[in-house]
Design a protein around this ligand. Structure first.
Ligand code: GLU
Ligand code: MG
Length: 464
């Protein structure tokens, strides 16, 4: 232990010296709260070694912060007492391309005695990744990032989001015109991400006004969650430098297509994809089918993790590619769980996509709870039902019932009720984290209980 600490200290000192030589003055240590907001403490670069050794203080009350910065309480958390220590992950320290003089690192949270904080979402994600590894499974995951960009208001910016929306591009959905209109901005987004070691797969204009999407290469689940935080903050920073403003909110304008944050996942055993079994239905090895069956079955409860805001349910409308029905399909963009086959000769081409999730989700909770649900599916011998083709939203109620397709929760209350009752997710998360997540969901519901749709969209537009 002593020598590990000494080695860490040595590594941190070298890193701090390298950062200083690169002109980095400050390091931002982020962690994501249960409302999906990246909270931060920053330290001067020369304090990085001290931060790595002793952590940086932060109150545990942030576990019960809501997206409007109000504070609620759970049975275990809330109130002004206590302290936690944020420990930067030195392996992920990244010099920020669009914030000169700054570096970033994701943080794990420990108590003052050095024990893992029971509600630390990043360690939950790591525990579930290790649980999968114990079962011989490797998960490769990646998030898609969708965002809407507007011109930053020239004058006073309100926190309520009710300024007029001024889009910097007018071109059609998926149209080259938007790429031409914003070519410098989009180039700078891609360049900043690449320089920071993010492997960009593609970038394109999306459906809604001012909307774009970037996809990045899959990796280890914790890495995928770290990456999506870095991707989002990088897009935000590049936007600011261009006089623009980026929103990752689930519902940017109520009634329009929203921002999703789909989670892609591929299953491997001994480095071999479980989506490429030659004789199995859909190429899915039995464990992959059971894992995906477990995820599909748990989706109503998982929505309280992946779609955590009342605003999420404004986005979750049928026929908008947001996957609001509890079904799966091969390359079906209206199924909540889409099986992606990829090119037959691509050994890594096969994977699955959860379309329902959005960027208000804490990505660490999302990856951890999906793994927990999938492993539970394997333990229970779950199977996938028949796949669905076409848009369930255009079928009549009777036909949907005949096919056994049910609508996923249409409100946060319903999703939170399902999470409350989910024994596997409760067990995986542990009492303290499960309780804190539910407390935050209940507070978000109460806060917006009397609000109209457009008020919810406006109030949450610039929160994530
Ligand atoms: N914007 C859609 C959503 O809300 C997704 C579009 C797509 O399939 O990428 O999830
Ligand atoms: Mg998209």
């Amino acid at each position: 232990m002593g020598s590990r600490a000494a080695q860490q200290r040595q590594e941190a000192r070298q890193l701090a010296a390298r950062l200083s030589a690169e002109g980095v003055r400050n390091v931002a240590l982020t962690w994501v709260d249960n409302a999906g907001i990246a909270r931060v403490k920053t330290v001067p670069a020369e304090r990085l070694a001290a931060a790595a050794e002793r952590g940086v203080g932060m109150s545990p009350v942030f576990d019960v912060f809501t997206s409007d910065d109000a504070i609620t309480a759970s049975d275990h958390l809330g109130g002004p007492d206590g302290d936690l220590r944020l420990f930067p992950d030195l392996d992920r320290v990244t010099t920020l391309a669009a914030q000169p003089g700054w570096a970033w690192a994701p943080a794990d949270r420990y108590d003052q005695l050095g024990l893992p904080h029971a509600a630390c979402q990043r360690q939950f994600a790591r525990r579930m990744t290790e649980r999968a590894a114990t079962a011989g499974l490797e998960l490769r995951m990646g998030f898609e990032t969708e965002w809407v960009v507007t011109r930053a208001p020239a004058g006073h910016q309100t926190a309520t989001g009710d300024e007029p929306l001024d889009y910097p591009c007018a071109g059609p959905a998926y149209g080259m015109t938007r790429v031409v209109e914003l070519s410098d901005y989009l180039r700078d987004v891609t360049e900043a991400l690449s320089v920071q070691g993010i492997d960009v797969l593609q970038l394109h204009p999306e459906y809604a006004p001012g909307q774009f999407e970037v996809t990045t290469a899959p990796g280890d689940p914790v890495r995928a969650a770290d990456d999506v935080v870095l991707v989002r903050e990088t897009i935000r920073a590049v936007s600011v430098r261009h006089g623009l403003r980026a929103s990752f909110a689930p519902s940017f304008v109520a009634g329009q297509v929203g921002n999703g944050c789909h989670l892609h996942l591929g299953l491997y055993r001994d480095g071999t994809s479980l989506h490429r079994s030659p004789d199995a239905p859909w190429g899915l090895a039995p464990d992959a089918a059971a894992f995906l069956g477990g995820v599909l079955g748990a989706l109503p409860a998982l929505l309280a993790i992946g779609c955590p805001s009342p605003a999420s349910y404004l986005r979750l409308q049928p026929s908008q590619w947001a996957g609001v029905y509890q079904c799966w399909g091969v390359e079906n963009r209206e199924a909540a769980l889409r099986l992606i086959t990829g090119a037959p000769d691509d050994p890594d081409g096969g994977h699955a996509e959860i379309k329902t999730f959005d960027a208000a989700a804490n990505p660490y909770l999302a990856v951890g709870s999906v793994i927990a649900a999938g492993l539970h599916g394997i333990d229970s011998g779950d199977r996938l039902p028949e796949p669905q083709t076409g848009d369930p939203g255009v079928l009549g109620v009777r036909e949907r019932a005949r096919r056994g397709i049910v609508r996923l929760p249409a409100t946060l209350t319903e999703a939170a009720d399902r999470l409350e009752k989910s024994a596997p997710l409760h067990e995986a998360m542990g009492e303290v984290l499960h309780g804190a997540v539910l407390a935050v969901r209940r507070a978000e519901e109460a806060h917006f209980a009397e609000s109209e749709d457009d008020e919810i969209a406006a109030a949450t537009r610039w929160r994530w």
